[in-house]
Write a protein that binds this ligand. Structure first.
Ligand code: SF4
Length: 80
């Protein structure tokens, strides 16, 4: 069972798999947080949210704006 993941403000990471194009930028910027699944879509490793600066970089670098922060304690994906 993975531990809940949230930043200090109580936000978790949300990934929209329909618009993720597998660029790997999130993986390169935060390899302890993101990996690509078998379909080449980003998913969160439930070990912790990166620091705010890194998370801002990840969100700003995603070419399709597939990553966001939402209220809640567990990372999740919009599956398509
Ligand atoms: S940066 Fe965005 S498009 Fe690239 S793998 Fe991560 S979520 Fe997908």
């Amino acid at each position: 069972m993975s531990e809940p993941v949230a930043d200090s403000a109580g936000h978790c990471i949300l990934i929209d798999t329909e618009i993720c194009v597998g660029s790997t930028l999130c993986v390169q910027l935060a390899p302890d947080t993101f990996v690509l699944d078998a379909r080449g879509k980003s998913q969160v490793i439930p070990t912790g949210v990166p620091d705010d600066e890194t998370m801002d970089d990840v969100i700003g670098s995603c070419p399709t704006q597939a990553i966001g922060l939402v209220e809640g304690a567990n990372p999740r994906r919009i599956e398509h």
